[in-house]
Design a protein around this ligand. Structure first.
Ligand code: NAD
Length: 295
């Protein structure tokens, strides 16, 4: 049993912390929101009055916060408060540059650290089936692994500092673009009078196959569990897809990478969200495209 501090007990952090408790770890925690603290208390997390109190005796400090500035603030605030030698594990999805900065802050306080964003969403967090994409030294990766294991199905060491975040945004860049491609194909099929099931059956056994199609098929029917069958209840929200595509665009600009489809995908999801659809599953983007095609 280890002592683990969990900072940021929101939609993802709370179920992740609950799985650490279930695995027998002593989990202390802090969140700015009382509603989140209350859920965590009920899940067996020892909620403290502040982040500093939560990390004081922890062997590992896990953060699950919204964005890079929040992570950097928490690292700057808590770096000196944590026990010497504690490892810092950031599971938030943030800019690669911010992740590298977070590693530097941790190192300034002599803490090992990994960036460890996740794939799998709230359901994966609840079921303990997340995938962690980890960036950091091999030694930091080995130290982080036992703390991550109760929350996941897979842990992948992606490379050095920031490589976890780089993997996450490249992966979601593919997913966002694939969803637009899948949606366009189904809309063309509609216009051509083709059965959605036929397109699905052929595409999944031929070159059109993708996770966007297999798991999040944007039309109701072919995949009974896909959000399209439930009014596009997420799943993975359009707001988060938009956030990740913006992170990918920021990284592309900084590195002069050529991502014309990523730029367009980012603009389309931003427009969809601006129209009040951020809480819907990202596969609902098909409804906006269908509307654009109306005469
Ligand atoms: P969330 O907004 O539900 O949770 C963030 C929590 O952090 C909030 O409860 C907030 O009160 C708390 N917080 C903010 N500043 C704090 C501070 N200084 N100290 C303590 N607590 C603080 O967000 P989420 O959906 O849990 O997402 C967290 C991260 O995971 C994001 O980076 C997101 O992109 C990523 N992510 C989310 C999903 C998903 O499906 N929700 C999937 C994959 C990745």
């Amino acid at each position: 049993m280890a002592a683990i501090a969990f900072i940021g007990l929101g939609n993802m952090g709370n179920p992740m912390a609950a799985n650490l408790v279930k695995a027998g770890h002593a989990v202390t925690g802090f969140d700015l929101a009382e509603a989140s603290r209350e859920i965590a208390r009920n899940n067996g997390v020892d909620i403290k009055q502040s982040g500093a109190a939560a990390v004081a005796d922890a062997d590992a400090v896990i953060t699950m916060l919204y964005d890079g500035p929040k992570v950097l603030n928490v690292y700057a605030e808590l770096g000196a408060m944590a026990k010497p030698g504690a490892i810092f594990i950031d599971c938030s999805t943030i800019e690669v540059g911010d992740a590298r900065e977070a590693h530097k802050i941790a190192a300034d306080y002599d803490h090992a650290s990994v960036d460890s964003p996740v794939s799998g969403g709230v359901a994966g967090a609840r079921d303990g089936t997340l995938t962690f994409m980890v960036g950091g030294t091999p030694a930091a990766f080995e130290r982080a692994k036992p703390f991550l294991e109760p929350m996941c199905e897979r842990i992948i060491h992606c490379g050095g500092d920031g490589a976890g975040q780089a993997t996450k945004i490249c992966n979601n860049l593919m997913l966002g673009i694939s969803m637009l491609g899948v949606s366009e194909a189904f809309l063309l099929a509609e216009k051509l009078g083709l059965s959605e099931q036929v397109l699905f059956d052929v595409a999944t056994s031929r070159a059109g196959i993708s996770r966007a199609l297999l798991r999040y098929c944007p039309v109701p029917g072919p995949v009974p569990t896909s959000p399209a069958n439930f009014g596009y209840r997420p799943g993975f929200t359009s707001a988060l897809m938009s956030k990740d595509l913006k992170l990918a665009q920021a990284a592309a600009q900084k590195t002069s990478a050529i991502t014309p489809l990523g730029t367009l995908a980012s603009q389309l999801f931003a427009l969809f969200n601006a129209n009040g659809n951020g809480a819907k599953d990202f596969s609902a983007i098909i409804t906006m495209l269908r509307g654009m095609g109306k005469p």
